[in-house]
Structure formats: structure tokens, C-alpha cells
Write a protein that binds this ligand. Structure first.
Ligand code: ADP
Ligand code: MG
Length: 258
């Protein structure tokens, strides 16, 4: 597990995150005959960070994708600040919910700056100057303003992931979702991305973080959620889950990863 530096967060220039709560209620989802989620309840309080852990194939990514309507539950509901997302316009919803993937999904043919300004211009209708200003401020916050004019291919994986985070943050999301954001990175690059995520959590962003980084979960999460075979088996404060896991399945999982 990777340690998380304890440097205090620099708040984003003059703007507190508008944090909202996220919840899933009895979410069921199948891919064809493969039932993947069997009634998942998740509750992430406003401003909290929930880390979702569990074995590969347990449905973590699928659950995350139901939150911003990349996937539709077959049954159940997903709530953003108490309101169902299922009737919301997906494009509008995805502007309010930032998502960061394992593969950074940056556009290789565009500069770092253009990657960050794209959605600001196309979805928010900002002028080039306005979009540049917002994007440069976000790049500054992730320490990459000096890379604004290069293409992503020239950056390390860790830098690319920080650009992807800046791109999501530029939209002023109310919630951030991370799906194994550090799993594709070389070990020495993991720490920088995790410390950025820890900063965001410390600044009050509401976050749902699927991760294999148990050190991060232990130090940063307000709540750890252990999923196995499409169910939440155990959820609670990190100290509780890591020190005194109750279910044999969590005990087994932790004995393999810690
Ligand atoms: P995890 O993120 O915990 O590793 P996933 O949510 O990715 O688990 O996958 C859970 C199950 O759903 C797996 O059996 C996987 O093969 C299946 N699955 C995930 N995405 C799809 C998809 N788009 N189409 C079909 N099956 C999928
Ligand atoms: Mg996954």
C-alpha cells in the first residue's frame, strides 16, 4: 500500500465545492444472464469520501457507472442529494459528476490545455479565453500548468492522470467518482495522484473511490465499503473494517491484500 503525504490541501481559488450526497437504493443490474449487482445500498454523506474495495469482478465499476448513468439499474434507484438521477438528462448529469478512469482517456491529438477546455467550450459554451482561464487555474492546482501546451503522450502516466482529474474538476463537479485511478500507473507515480485525491477529499469534495490502495482507504476514507459478488458485505469507518472485519469474506480479502 502506498502512503499518502499529509501536506495540507491548498483550497481551489476562492471556491468551496458544492458537495452533495450520493446514494444507491437496492440497485440490481445484470448483463444478459450475468447478474452483477444484487441489491446494493450505498450512502455517501455530503462532503465524505467512500472507498469501495473488493475482489475483481465483484461489481465495483458497475456500481460506480450507475451513479452517472453510464449504466441503468434494472431495479432500484440512485440518488443525488435525495433526487433520483434516473430521470435526469445524462449529459447534464455528467457535467455535475466528474469521473476518472484507470485509463486516463485523454485525447492524444490535443494539447493538455485543449483536453481540459474541450467540455468547458462545448458543453458550457465558454469562450476560448474564459475556458483557458478556468483550465489553466485547474492545471495550476494539479501542478501541471507548465505542461499546458504539450500533448498527453509526452507526460508520465501520473501526470496524465492529474490532467484527467483537472479536466473533471474544471467542470466544477459536485461529486467525483474514481475507478481505480492509480491501477495503471508505475508504482513511483501512484503517490502524486493519491495525494491529489486526498487533497480533494480534505477540501470537502464528495467522492466515491474504487481502489486497491488500502493505505489510501484507511487514511482518507470516511467510509469503506466492501463489495463481494454484487453485494455490499460490510461498510463502515476504515478503522472498524480494517481492524475488526466481521465477515469471513472481508477477513479473507484483507489477508490477501494487506
Ligand atoms: P469490478 O469492477 O469489481 O472488478 P465489474 O463491475 O467490472 O467488477 O464487473 C462485474 C461483472 O460484470 C463481471 O463479471 C464482468 O465480467 C461483468 N461486466 C462488467 N461490465 C460488463 C459489460 N459492459 N458487459 C458485460 N459484462 C460486464
Ligand atoms: Mg472495476
Amino acid at each position: 500500500a502506498t502512503g499518502v503525504p499529509s501536506a495540507p490541501a491548498t483550497p481551489p481559488a476562492g471556491r468551496a465545492f458544492e458537495s452533495v450526497s450520493v446514494a444507491t437504493r437496492d440497485v440490481h443490474l445484470a448483463f444478459g444472464r450475468n447478474k452483477v449487482l444484487h441489491g446494493v445500498d450505498l450512502d455517501v454523506a455530503r462532503g465524505d469520501t467512500a472507498c469501495v474495495i473488493g475482489p475483481s469482478g465483484s461489481g465495483k465499476s458497475t456500481l460506480l457507472r450507475t451513479i452517472n448513468r453510464l449504466l441503468e439499474p434494472d431495479r432500484g434507484d440512485v440518488l443525488l442529494d435525495g433526487e433520483s438521477v434516473l430521470t435526469r438528462d445524462p449529459d447534464e448529469l455528467r457535467q455535475q459528476i466528474g469521473m476518472v478512469f484507470q485509463q486516463f482517456n485523454l485525447f492524444p491529438h490535443m494539447t493538455v490545455l485543449r483536453n481540459v477546455t474541450l467540455a468547458l467550450r462545448q458543453l458550457r459554451g465558454l469562450s476560448r479565453d474564459e475556458a483557458d482561464e478556468v483550465a489553466l487555474r485547474q492545471l495550476d492546482l494539479v501542478g501541471l500548468r507548465h505542461k499546458a501546451d504539450v500533448r498527453p503522450g509526452r507526460l508520465s502516466g501520473g501526470q496524465q492522470q492529474r490532467v484527467a482529474i483537472a479536466r473533471a474538476l474544471a467542470m466544477s463537479p459536485r461529486v467525483m467518482l474514481f475507478d481505480e485511478a492509480t491501477s495503471a500507473l508505475d508504482p513511483e507515480l501512484v503517490k502524486g495522484v493519491l495525494s491529489l485525491m486526498a487533497d480533494l477529499a480534505g477540501q470537502g469534495m464528495t467522492m466515491v473511490v474504487v481502489t486497491h490502495e488500502m493505505g489510501f482507504a484507511r487514511q482518507v476514507a470516511d467510509q469503506v465499503v466492501f463489495m463481494d459478488r454484487g453485494r455490499v458485505v460490510e461498510a463502515g469507518p476504515p478503522a472498524e473494517l480494517f481492524e475488526t472485519p466481521r465477515s469471513p469474506r472481508l477477513q479473507g480479502f484483507l489477508s490477501q491484500v494487506l
